[in-house]
Design a protein around this ligand. Structure first.
Ligand code: FES
Length: 323
């Protein structure tokens, strides 16, 4: 076990919607979990070779031993959600990573408009809880295929009630709208100036959001992805130099850097393997990464001093990594 991993037990599991389970964890010794801001996630280490990232339903202030995530039973599960829904039980012990946040909330925004689809509601719930506490204005648009598939409706009502008139939830259920999807372009067009936008949901929703927000300054457009937008780099044909050991590994065509690291028993944490969670982020000492993740900003990509080794490759013949 890495010394950054936190041993926990499952304290509670509850159905929040047709295919959504919330899972509450608590530390084994009652010690507090590290702080986590709204939008943060943790990696849940389900077994030695099964690690998945899930958003927290609530920010953590560094004093509480418990936290909660929500897990949608994905029919195309590669193991994570199937394990949680079918194998995990209250009382089971496992490990969590320290919280990470690639989807931070700008609490100073004049107005926040949040658009959630399906399980994408989880980080949004943490955000509106914080906005409600802080008395900041917000409007959440929450879309699901049908009402029974929408998680946390009671919690959302509680946030509205706690917001003193500053918070609003608009739901959209496809089956109640004759199959019509939520009108993201209309939501963005109707929002006032200086609004910060947030979106988390399935890929078609995020694509519609990106297209609709094209004219909005980038620093006001925030999104979290569950799946990759680009194919992982498997072009290969470059060397990876491990700076700490001085070893050089060749990345053959058809392989990712992570494939080569694992094959050579180089220890690197990873979870999603598709550039969405940030677990495998590694410092670049020299070389030009070919970024394929959905986490780094344009500026971070241009700086080139960090890389997600699960999906990104190299534009230079040699990439020196802090490994
Ligand atoms: S393992 Fe998730 S970004 Fe690489």
């Amino acid at each position: 076990m890495s010394d950054t991993e936190i041993p926990v037990r499952v304290r509670q599991m509850r159905y929040e919607a047709d295919t959504v389970l919330s899972v509450g964890f608590e530390t084994l010794d009652g010690s507090p979990l590290p702080r986590a801001e709204p939008g943060a996630h943790v990696d849940v280490i389900l077994s030695d070779d099964l690690r998945r990232s899930y958003s927290l339903t609530q920010a953590l202030d560094g004093t509480t031993p418990g936290c909660t995530v929500a897990v949608h039973r994905n029919p195309a599960s590669r193991g994570g959600s199937a394990f949680v829904h079918e194998g995990l039980r209250v009382g089971d012990r496992l490990r969590l990573s320290r919280p990470k946040n690639h989807f931070p909330l700008n609490e100073a925004a004049a107005q926040s408009v949040l658009i959630a689809g399906g399980i994408g509601i989880t980080p949004m719930l943490a955000m509106i809880r914080r906005l409600a506490e802080a008395g900041r204005p917000w409007h959440l648009h929450y879309a699901a295929r049908k009402r029974s598939a929408a998680a946390f409706l009671a919690e959302l009502d509680a946030c509205v009630a706690a917001s003193g008139g500053q918070g609003r939830v608009t739901t959209h259920f496809d089956d109640e709208a004759n199959g019509a999807l939520i009108d993201i372009a209309g939501i963005i067009a109707a929002a006032g100036p200086e609004v910060h936008f947030y979106c988390c949901g399935p890929e078609p929703m995020l694509a519609a959001y990106e297209a609709a927000a094209r004219g909005v300054p980038k620093d006001r457009v925030h999104a979290e992805y569950f799946s990759a937008r680009e194919e992982a780099s498997r072009e290969g044909g470059f060397d990876v130099v491990l700076n700490r050991s001085g070893k050089t590994l060749h990345v053959e065509p058809g392989k990712t850097i992570l494939d080569v690291l694992i094959a050579n028993r180089v220890s690197v944490p990873f979870a999603c393997t598709e550039g969405t969670c940030g677990t495998c982020e590694t410092r670049v000492i020299e070389g030009r990464p070919d970024h394929r993740d959905v986490i780094l900003t344009d500026e971070e990509r241009a700086n080139g001093d960090t890389i997600m080794v699960c999906c990104s490759g190299s534009k230079s013949a040699r990439l020196v990594l802090d490994l």
